[in-house]
Design a binder for this molecule. Structure first.
Ligand SMILES: Cc1ncc(COP(=O)(O)O)c(C=O)c1O
Length: 492
């Protein structure tokens, strides 16, 4: 035995909960928290013993993961991706078969996009992303908003999450820095702020006003944080909203831009749901458009992704940010940060290209692409309306109609006896409600406490992504659970 060797029984771990980065230990991420973990256990149990539970399958409504719930991928995107992956299909002898199987514009697009990377889809690309694709993103933004966009301000990323994390990392120079975040919010923000050891400065969305922002509330929240000595530097806005499904009116965005400009706050506009829009009263208006229209000098980062919308390719991890009015030297630092990560994954970049530059009228794939997009959009709209209507018919429950995104965030008035029972168990009442929903129906949703909510109110977030043909069954299962629970505890 070596002189200093330690026997295995004496060997203690270097890396433990006590020695690890405490910022990671405090991070929370409800969307993949206790309830989805239990949902995975139940799924495994049903696989092994199909009749062992009160339900036959687990319905994952906890996360905006459309293809997990059978949303069909867009054919053109998959055709181009397949050809980019297996380039032999574009060369003799296979090209003859390929021409019979694939439309000509998919073949042309695959060849063109491969030329951006010298035919090497497995090689690193430029750290900010493939220049031609950044150019296409800029064109897409120009067409969307009617104002110029500069490809040098576009950076392709590994999903919008990678982009948000990078920008927050750039902003947070000390533990004293604070970032304003909406409540309720998508927990990427609180989790990243905990990781980076910065302050989350909450502002409330107004449930009674379809989740619009109140400028006096923003002012109050900012003043309170500054009075505590917090160096508040930026404000995150999620539009359309997750978990709320609200979509901001242009007038509200104008007020927010002016507020941020006056208060010297950088705007972080999370716009990943910009094509998930279901009402004419609240169309999507980008922060970039409002900033351009006002000629504002406010600093803005806006984020978009292939994960949502009708594209729904969240596992491919593609996204981008556009930086507007950002200091030139900071742009250099952002490039350095991107370079440390080498590059965003290539298939994600290629999918961004298709999202921003889809088949055009006259192209072989145009009709099919449009039809697939419309079908998914219309079906989401129907499901959103149906689920909100079903929630609104139930006792002790109210729900704003969704205007955008993929979620409903109904409010549940829980009987006092239930709230007391949860507290006695040391649990958040809405977390107990959601766990009981899962155990009795197989439906997995996320408690409002995972996103933040006005104290004393209870909510949960549900996607409306289950397939349309299973929707009645899904609603019926939820309804009988809720009514039975309210009945039981109202009598208690
Ligand atoms: C508001 C919001 N921002 C960002 C993301 C992350 O998107 P991505 O998959 O592009 O990282 C999500 C994912 O659900 C989201 O809801």
């Amino acid at each position: 035995m070596q002189k200093n060797a330690v026997s295995s029984s004496e060997h203690s771990k270097v890396l433990t909960l006590d020695t690890m980065n405490p910022n990671i230990r405090t991070m929370e991420y409800a969307v993949r928290g206790a309830i989805p973990i239990r949902a995975e256990e139940l799924t495994a149990q049903l696989k092994a013993q199909p009749d062992s539970l009160l339900f036959k399958k687990v319905t994952p409504c906890n996360i905006g993961n459309p293809q997990q719930l059978q949303q069909k991928p867009l054919t053109f995107l998959r055709q181009v991706s397949a050809l980019i992956e297996y380039t032999d299909l574009l060369e003799p002898p296979l090209i003859e078969t390929t021409q019979k199987l694939f439309p000509e514009d998919a073949i042309a697009r695959a060849k063109r996009n491969l030329s951006f990377v010298n035919n090497a889809a497995g090689a690193y690309t430029q750290s900010l992303g493939i220049p031609e694709i950044r150019q296409n993103v800029a064109q897409f933004i120009e067409q969307r908003d009617g104002y110029p966009a500069d490809p040098n301000n576009i950076c392709l990323t590994t999903g919008a999450s990678g982009a948000v994390e990078r920008v927050l990392d750039m902003l947070i120079s000390s533990p004293n820095v604070g970032i304003m975040i909406p409540i309720p919010q998508y927990p990427l923000y609180t989790a990243t702020l905990a990781h980076l050891n910065a302050h989350a400065v909450p502002y409330y969305l107004q449930e009674e006003k379809d989740w619009q922002l109140s400028i006096p509330d923003l002012q109050r929240s900012l003043a309170e944080a500054r009075a505590r000595g917090i160096d508040v530097r930026a404000m995150a806005v999620i539009n359309p909203g997750n978990p709320t499904g609200g979509c901001l009116l242009e007038s509200n965005i104008v007020d927010i831009v002016q507020f941020c400009e006056q208060e010297r706050l950088v705007i972080l506009a999370d716009e990943v749901y910009q094509t998930n829009i279901y009402t004419e009263t609240n169309p999507f208006v980008s922060f970039k458009k409002v900033v351009s229209k006002l000629g504002s000098q406010v600093e803005l980062f806006s984020f978009h992704s292939i994960s949502k919308g009708m594209v729904g390719e969240c596992g491919r991890r593609g996204g981008y940010y556009e930086a507007v009015n950002i200091d030139e030297q900071i742009m250099g630092q952002l490039l350095k940060l991107a370079s440390v990560g080498l590059c965003p994954n290539v298939q994600g970049q290629m999918a961004v290209d298709i999202m921003v530059n889809p088949p055009q009228p006259g192209d072989a794939s145009y009709e099919l692409y449009r039809r697939e997009m419309d079908d998914i959009h219309q079906s989401m709209k129907r499901r959103a309306k149906k689920l909100a209507a079903a929630f609104n018919l139930l006792p002790n429950m109210s729900c704003n109609d969704t205007q955008g995104a993929m979620y409903l965030f109904p409010r549940v008035v829980l009987p006092q006896a239930f709230v007391d029972e949860a507290k006695a168990l040391g649990q958040e009442p809405d977390a107990l409600y959601c766990m009981q929903m899962l155990e009795s129906t197989g439906i997995s949703v996320v408690p409002g406490s995972g996103f933040g909510q006005v104290p004393g109110t209870f909510h949960f977030r549900s996607t409306f992504l289950p397939p349309e043909e299973l929707f009645d069954e899904f609603i019926a299962g939820f309804k009988s659970f809720h009514i039975a629970l309210i009945d039981r505890y109202s009598k208690a």
